[in-house]
Ligand binder design. Sequence first.
Ligand code: GLC
Ligand code: GLC
Length: 809
Amino acid sequence: MQYGHFDDKNREYVITDWETPLPWINYLGSDDFFTLLSNTAGGYAFYKDARLRRITRYRYNNLPLDQDGFHIYIKDNKTVWNPGCRPCGTKLDSYECRHGMGYSVITGSRNRIEVSQEFYVPKNDNILLMRVTVKNKDKKDRNIDLFSFVEFCLWDAQDDTTNFQRNYSTGEVEVEGSVIYHKTEYRERRNHYAAFFANRKVDSFDTSRDAFMGVYGTPASPLAVSNGKCSDSIAHGWQPVGAHHIHLDLKAGETYDVIFGLAYVEVPERKKFIAPSVINKEPARKLIQKYDTNEKFDAGFKKLHSFWDRLLSRFEVSTSNDKVNRMVNIWNAYQCMVTFNMSRSASYYESGIGRGMGFRDSCQDLLGFVHMIPERARQRILDIAATQKEDGGAYHQYQPLTKKGNSDIGGGFNDDPLWLIACTDAYIRETGDWDILKEKVDFDNKPELADTLLEHLRRSFNYTLNNLGPHKLPLIGRADWNDCMNLNCFSKHPGESFQITGPSEGPVAESVFIAGMFVKYGKAYAQLLRHLEKNDEAKKADKAVKEMEKAVLKDGWDGSWFLRAYDAFGKKVGSHYNTEGQIFIEPQGMCVMAGIGTETGEAQKALDSVQERLETKYGIVLLNPAYTTYKLNLGEISSYPPGYKENAGIFCHNNPWIIFAETVMGHGDRAFELYKKTCPTFLEEISEIHRTEPYVYCQMVAGKDAPTFGEGKNSWLTGTAAWTFTVLTQGILGIQPDYNGLRIDPCIPKKVKEYTVNRLFRGTMYHIVIRNPHKAEKGVKELIVDGQHVDGNVIPLVSKKNVNVEVIM
Ligand code: GLC
Ligand code: GLC
């Protein structure tokens, strides 16, 4: 069942039934000011950090669901309704929500009154804009009361939901004309406030929640709205809110609009006040003036559109399959930008107060956006590298505000360092910016320890070699990519962290997955060295990689698939000897991507085993059979009920590794078949089962052992975005940035006859047409660049604006 449809021309998803299986959200903002916005105008806003600068309140886990947000109330005689249908739930004659690139438009109508809310956050300004348009489509004049409403958060979202004894006394506001200023704690150590404005004269306002809602009132029927007017309340403590009321006498056919805006404003310390306790409103006025007319609102909107046009035009594909086109050209790229901006901080599943930036997460996110904003990718690499420890290990997370490693969680997740090689390599292939390797970067954020980025990569590489276990396979430490594979922790007490409890970094437990990673990214590292003419060092790296390959084939091979690990007692995990957890997805994907066993048959056997034992109609489960009881020697992975999360859920993040592996083996049909299984645009028709947004990936889909098989959870903030974008554009469509040019190496279904790609690469726009007259799955027969035949499959670099490329498979 569908709840809407794609509008590719406008790059929108159009929701036509507001009762989606879960709130379907969008992200507004791409610089510092962000808003999460659902299809019924639920959501919240924050500046930079969703915990420390939360601007509006949001109650997760609440009932009714998703009721905090940016709602507009329409009072039409005795009936009260919202264009987004909630919180009132009043039945409307029409409803539509269009989620687009950095904006959303919600339109509802009832009894010949149509109201729309157009939301966006303009480029480079800290403000959420919302234009409300009311159309009287009636043949007679109508009287309407219009109300806006937001509830302010007292800045620190964590403190806001716990420290009531203090917070009920601190709330403060000021009101001037149509602008409501939220200034809690400004009197002391804060130099920022929020301003909620309307560009029209209002008839009344409220800033006290009790006054607007009624002490026992509900968002579904606020007291002020029932009364038809606000009471001009001024909040003293309790819950400061912002509500405007405008009475409208609309002639038949008349249209009225008003622009609301929610701004975040910082004021220099010495200019905070203009009189005792009176805040300096000048910076707010300046910002408001930038958007207080329709012309200005439209101009900002246009700028936002051109920003996205530019970003998305860097990679455009045209195939005969719309579902593929809209993933590459619109939604998957969009999700990559969102994961880059948000990391894992704020979604409808990540509360914004939990984790910082993950070392491995951010390195992988980069793979999906490096072609869009290489400059920001560069900065991100340097920021991440600066948190690396002296011995090459990594802090598992760092804080975006301070950019410092988080010592509560610490390090010892032994896959982390290798991801730094992965993202740096991707960045250099994209940009050719070899100089980044010469940048001096701190270790452990200590300038006195700074060394070149190349030295950081060297230590990443050596970190694995310095931490080998009894089978010469890498020690796993607290966990590898699978955060829940906790072989050294033995956590017994509820509430303890699974990862950092107990011995944590034992000398025995080994990971075959990290071994695969070491081979894959060790090869990339050796290539970088060779390019820098450090040939001896490159040879040494090659040798270490070869030895690791041998160790994998000797002690990391189980007969029909790659083993997952050895536990702290040296016992096998992910082996046919086990009764549960016999086979895992991660080492099959990573080892084959690394090229292990591709010539000697193990790779193919491993992929056959994946198909036989892990594949389901909704994708590949993480392991099989699922663990049915908690196992001290395995940790969090066995804590989940069978079929959920890492315990045999379909983890969308590593499905693309298997797809990539299939392309390594040249299986285009198979790769695409697997691609479709987790791809949201292919799941649109089963939205009632899948439940999450059909335009973005979620982290996890319940596996076959779960009673809710096929149900998605944790949408938006997942490494899946970057990996699926990469596997589709590079693995399947075969457009691969390489050091000396674009490599063209498609691996496609036999029946694909032709497709075209426009790819901006190092300043040149390549117009590529790929033809497949012989029904091949892989292999380029001929490459013609601007009419000239070129040997091999790499388009040499040129200094031209446009290049035409023809590829025959
Ligand atoms: C989550 C984490 C990621 C981890 C994955 C598997 O998505 O953010 O770091 O690799 O789970 O446990
Ligand atoms: C939990 C989750 C896992 C995530 C981790 C992040 O272990 O199950 O998916 O990676 O938390 O800390």
